[in-house]
Design a protein around this ligand. Structure first.
Ligand SMILES: Cc1cc2nc3c(=O)[nH]c(=O)nc-3n(C[C@H](O)[C@H](O)[C@H](O)COP(=O)(O)OP(=O)(O)OC[C@H]3O[C@@H](n4cnc5c(N)ncnc54)[C@H](O)[C@@H]3O)c2cc1C
Length: 482
């Protein structure tokens, strides 16, 4: 008999959350803490979505998306999760760039960038201060017509080297390009510039373990291996969710699944107004990425001056098409030193990431796909040798993931690592105006993407759900959060 992952689940919940990415888990946690009866359904066998990890023989643990996030995570984790989680967030001090235009190491905050731009790049101080102030003032309600390229040209005309320094890390962090609206760049860039780049001590496995414990403490009913097939809506309202051959009733659904999957697969376009469907169809997915995961033999260490994050490129200039090309010239390395997971034997791991197009991988035959993955590993080891000498002899394990891998594990359409382009934001926000009780929370519009964006979006949507259920008289009388 196959295992029933919904055994003893109730027939009705106040809220059902579909997907346990950081947005889904945060929404579920806030609503559980308020005292609502919450069901969290995850199709994978693990919680976390893209915030996940995997283990390999030899005691290696690889993080998929723990490369760096802004300081804002400390506040969000303290408010929406626990002090223990917030207190485990630590700064990455060595952010390195190495490309034909410049090589430098920075603490990646406004103070250090200002110094670098004025002293090393010889930019006029007024231009530097003006740029930082303009980026900081940006809000997602602002003009969307100004592109990031136009923003840079306003302050640093003709300075391709400056653009590269300012843009390369953000392209890596959320897939945004010079052609995207400047606000999607400015908001994310300013978040990082406030205090630098941070990580989670103990790794993603520890973080998700702590989050799971907190969800349970807040009585969230967590079910893994539960692939939601349908969200039921009647008379313009959500009524339930179909999963594992059952329909479970609810007044509110938060979908953390991909925006397009939520609208077109889980609900069905016939439930929405034609104009909304047209807008949703026009939403462009963000790009995906490839990664190569490498572990050195236990006890072999790398000097920390190699960097925590290293933006390396052999391309003479910074251009979107070069970043996405199968002919890889840019790689971002994350170095995980023994302090990441201080227990056990000292271990150093390296993850190399490169932005990529889904179609470049999806259209390969099985044989070519396997060969391309091997080639990706080999060429990455060649490139890494510059920073980790004799890496081939020192390596214990190496393997690659592709856009297909991300699609397989999270069901993201086209393996999108960072949700959708900017226009997805409005469509995601408007879902509850189309169907009462239906919400989307998850990577969209570049701004709501990444660990911090996803978590904050989950919190925002939890508030909206709470408001709806309060107006319906369904708010628990004595809520834990009050
Ligand atoms: C390679 C890579 C590196 C990254 N690096 C960073 C980084 O360094 N810093 C940073 O801030 N961000 C990074 N990101 C982005 C960040 O990980 C994501 O933006 C964020 O984790 C997404 O969270 P989310 O809430 O949108 O949900 P997701 O993580 O996308 O999770 C969605 C969940 O929904 C589940 N689901 C989907 N459909 C169904 C269904 N029908 N039924 C049940 N469950 C379903 C999926 O299985 C998944 O668990 C990276 C992403 C990738 C891919």
């Amino acid at each position: 008999m196959p295992k029933d992952f919904l055994k003893d689940a109730q027939d009705e919940y106040d809220v059902i959350v579909i997907g346990s990415g950081l947005a889904g888990m945060t929404a579920a946690n806030m609503l559980g803490a308020t005292g609502y009866r919450v069901l969290l359904l995850e199709q994978h066998y693990k919680l976390g979505g893209m915030a996940t990890w995997f283990k390999r023989p030899g005691g290696h643990i690889f993080d998929i998306s723990l490369h760096g996030f802004p300081y804002g995570m400390v506040k969000s984790c303290r408010r929406y999760w626990t002090r223990e989680i917030a207190d485990s967030i630590v700064q990455l001090n060595h952010i390195r760039f190495d490309n034909p235009m410049f090589s430098l190491t920075t603490s990646f905050n406004r103070e250090d960038f200002t110094k670098l731009l004025i002293e090393q790049f010889q930019v006029a101080p007024e231009a530097v201060h003006g740029f930082f102030d303009a980026a900081r003032k940006m809000d997602f309600q602002d003009d969307q017509h100004l592109t990031t390229r136009e923003l840079f040209d306003r302050f640093f005309p003709g300075r391709e080297d400056v653009i590269r320094l300012l843009m390369e890390p953000i392209t890596y962090a959320n897939g945004s390009t010079l052609e995207d609206p400047a606000i999607s760049y400015g908001i994310v860039f300013s978040n990082f510039m406030s205090k630098g780049v941070y990580t989670f001590r103990g790794g993603t496995d520890r973080l998700i373990g702590l989050m799971e414990a907190e969800l349970k403490r807040n009585s969230v009913d967590i079910r893994i291996r539960c692939d939601v097939e349908r969200i039921h809506c009647e008379g313009g309202r959500v009524t339930g969710v179909e999963v594992g051959g059952r329909v479970i009733k609810t007044k509110a659904v938060v979908s953390n699944a991909n925006l397009k999957q939520t609208i077109f697969r889980l609900v069905g376009e016939e439930k929405f107004e034609p104009q909304f469907v047209e807008d949703a169809q026009a939403v462009r997915l963000n790009n995906s990425s490839t990664q190569v995961y490498m572990a050195l033999k236990a006890d072999d260490t790398i000097d920390e001056s190699t960097g925590d994050l290293l933006f390396s490129s052999t391309a003479p200039v910074f251009r979107t098409d070069l970043l996405l090309s199968r002919d890889i010239t840019s790689r971002t390395y994350s170095f995980y030193y023994p302090r990441t997971r201080p227990e056990g034997r000292p271990r150093c791991l390296i993850v190399s990431s490169t932005n990529a197009r889904y179609e470049d991988w999806a259209e390969l035959s099985e044989e070519d796909y396997a060969e391309s993955k091997l080639d990706l590993v080999e060429t990455t080891l060649d490139a890494l040798d510059k920073y980790v000498p004799n890496v081939r002899e020192r390596i214990d394990h190496a393997e690659a993931s592709t856009p297909m891998t991300f699609k397989h594990y999270t069901q993201h359409v086209a393996g999108a690592s960072f949700g959708t382009k900017f226009e997805g934001l409005r469509v995601s926000f408007d879902i509850p105006k189309q169907i009462e009780g239906l919400y989307h929370a998850g990577s969209v519009g570049i701004i709501m993407s990444g660990w911090l964006g996803a978590m904050n979006y989950g919190r925002m949507v939890a508030s909206d759900v709470d408001n709806l259920l309060t107006t319906k008289g369904s708010r628990p009388a004595a809520s834990i959060a009050d």
